[in-house]
Design a protein around this ligand. Sequence first.
Ligand code: 13P
Length: 253
Amino acid sequence: MPKRIIVGNWKMHKTISQAEALIRQIIELYQPDPSVELAVAPPFVALESVNRLLTTTPIKLAAQNVCGKNEGAFTGEISPPMLQELGCHYVILGHSERRHLFGETDQAINEKVHAALQQGLQPILCIGERLEERESDQTHSVIQHQLQRGLAGLEAKDLENLTLAYEPVWAIGTGKAATVDQASEVHSAIRSSVATGWKLNPEHIRILYGGSVTADNAQTLFQSPQINGALVGKACLNSESFVKIAQLAALDS
Ligand code: 13P
């Protein structure tokens, strides 16, 4: 089984000084475990100061978005080389908030995936259906669509440097996480589709679950061998609950 990965998506929370305070608390509480990888995704402006505090720890740095172009007249955008120089290891792409609040298309997300990989940044590609899509039995077609478009043009070796995150939109920020059965069913479909499409060993495909993960429900979710970790929103803004989730992810916990 691959290492479990726990990623804290801080979204648009924490100023630079608040981010420093939070990461100091996380570092103080966190006891690294060889079966778990921990990563934090602070807002862009806090990446440098958080990274400075992470240098003596195994905690990895992630960004929440990136531009699909390396440089040019793209006001307000941040490029893959900028993130790479800042020390980012991962970049979250295709988050449902980017898709639905900021109109990101599968095509734009695919461009970002390619640009990130070219720069040595590992994409965490988010996919997930909306409530009305689940209720009208479209979950699998939506997931397949996002997957095929998001991963278009990638080679098998690229997939080794990419992590998928299943985040059902109805579970994000609602306190209503998917059940372990609901998540496992979709993870299993994602895994077999990617394994077949790119001729990969299904066990090497990393799929995180995201959507109202807490220190209370993480253990149940991690019972499923389909769930290789979590992308955590609200609960990662509290150092104790975030570190607890990481501890529960340890394979012998
Ligand atoms: P919540 O954990 O707050 O539901 O957010 C999940 C998420 O969007 C992580 O990317």
